[in-house]
Design a protein around this ligand. Sequence first.
Ligand code: PEP
Length: 252
Amino acid sequence: MRKKVIAGNWKMNKTLEDSLKLATEVVTIANDEVNNNVQIVMCVPFTSLYAVSNIVKGTKVALGAQNCYSKPSGAYTGEISAEMLKSVGVQYVILGHSERREYFGESNALLADKVNIVLATGMTPIFCCGETLAQREKGIHIDFINAQLTDSLFHLAPADFQKIIIAYEPIWAIGTGVTATTAQAQEMHEKIRNHIASKYGTEVAETIVIQYGGSMKPDNAKELLSCKDVDGGLIGGASLKARDFIDVIKGA
Ligand code: PEP
């Protein structure tokens, strides 16, 4: 039985003061209202990680970052290493979000290196994949996503692959208010699981958590999360308000 994982992606939002307020609210409400069947993660900006790590310590909420660099250390001005993230209590790292692929030119090859370093440091990558609307309309979305997985993840040994979380995020649904239908989400999650099975076998594929991301909100979370192969969510906009985030989590 796969445990559902709901991760909030705050993106480039929240000052330190705002982060402390939101994190405290989420932890407090989660403690009262969320059962232990769901793993909650908050992926906060780098500048808030250390302070938020003190708030989430010993609670139901785990700490996540939104990116890290592919090299262990050195002359890479402005970058943050996996080891630095680990040292402030980070347990999960989002990699390959479509915004990073689009605005910062992150390639499948670079992401393979980032996946390696995050795993080697003992944290869990949340690896994002997803197609544009044009790719879906052309009918090439499944091949496109399979290639993202193959190129960035399929070099891993099965034991390492099993530590990964995959987030399927159709780009046309991110921040747009347009959500994939349950049929579209279930179909894609099943295809992703089948692709994993073709490389690692069904037993491994059945253990992999595949989150859906793209305008998941309190009013659609329950339906999406009830799909057989949807094992959680990566939540952008709705993670910026404690009440909304908790209501999404309660949909699991
Ligand atoms: C995201 O950025 O990963 C995301 C899913 O955003 P939103 O929920 O706002 O669509």
